[in-house]
Design a protein around this ligand. Structure first.
Ligand SMILES: [Zn+2]
Length: 77
């Protein structure tokens, strides 16, 4: 069992880049217009300790880099 001190340290330590990459790679980003999807990390995004789907505006390579509504989601959930 973690002590309060350890818990606080875990809370206050910023995540390493490896942890952020590991978390971000679990997410996919998909264009709502053409359906093109990519791994969020490879698309240049970051998502850490997040829950639930999110809708963002982004440029879609499948739509001539036009601004599109994109959905960030976790496959298999
Ligand atoms: Zn698109």
């Amino acid at each position: 069992m973690a002590t309060v001190g350890q818990w606080l340290r875990n809370k206050l330590t910023p995540p390493s880049l490896e942890e952020i990459e590991h978390e971000t790679r679990k997410w996919q980003i998909a264009c709502k217009t053409c359906g093109r999807s990519a791994n969020l990390w490879e698309a240049g995004g970051k998502r850490y300790k997040a829950h639930g789907n999110k809708t963002v505006l982004g440029r879609c390579a499948g739509c001539d880099n036009k601004l599109r509504t994109m959905k960030i989601y976790r496959p298999n959930e």
